[in-house]
Design a protein around this ligand. Structure first.
Ligand code: ADP
Length: 174
């Protein structure tokens, strides 16, 4: 397989997809986005529209927040999908998946996911980026839990997300 793909008039462009729920985007996600944007020519951050989960933010809200916090990154595109990831990737003509690894606990699930995607389409490669240590404990769920009880999240999420959380849960002492 050749992970270097040709797109329109830009031959050799390396396009990667960073899929996830991003409910909401945290500084941990943002760290991966910044680092991956340096490695790949184009990074598509793709919000999974998964109806089986019960998200706090709608897909539109999640994509809007992602757009706001990445608008300074010219090679990052924000999108959403409601499909099998490999079908979405085929549509985007992308062969590379980026995922973040925080701790050993992420590994088993991520390995299962990467192996399944590879089984479904052997042209797809998954690249894992380890979390920056200061974000290794950070997850959207933890952020929501803190925000729900009006705890401080300013160090965990960008200001736009902090404000959006306030909109959902009220200000309190956030
Ligand atoms: P999903 O529901 O698909 O796990 P998430 O939005 O929770 O979606 O995460 C998307 C990706 O970002 C996953 O690969 C996850 O491991 C990674 N990720 C989440 N939080 C962090 C973090 N703090 N540091 C590095 N990677 C992270």
């Amino acid at each position: 397989m050749n992970p270097i793909i040709e797109i329109g008039d830009q031959p050799g462009l390396r396009v990667a997809v960073y899929p996830g729920s991003f409910d909401p985007v945290t500084n941990g996600h943002l760290d991966i986005i910044h680092r991956a944007a340096k490695v790949f020519d184009k990074l598509i951050v793709a919000v999974l529209n998964n109806t089986s989960k019960n998200p706090l933010f709608s897909v539109e809200e999640r994509t809007e927040l992602l757009w706001q916090v990445t608008r300074d990154l010219p090679n990052v595109e924000i999108d959403s999908f409601r499909d099998l990831l490999i079908n979405y990737m085929k549509k985007k003509n992308a062969h590379l998946i980026v995922r973040g690894l925080r701790a050993v606990s992420d590994f088993e699930y991520e390995l299962q996911l990467a192996s399944t995607n590879r089984k479904l389409c052997e042209d797809i490669e998954t690249f894992f980026m380890t979390s920056t240590p200061k974000y290794s404990y950070l997850s959207s769920s933890i952020v929501k839990e803190i925000a729900r009880f009006h705890g401080p999240v300013a160090d965990l999420v960008p200001p736009e997300v902090e404000q959006a959380l306030r909109g959902k849960y009220g200000s309190g002492s956030l």
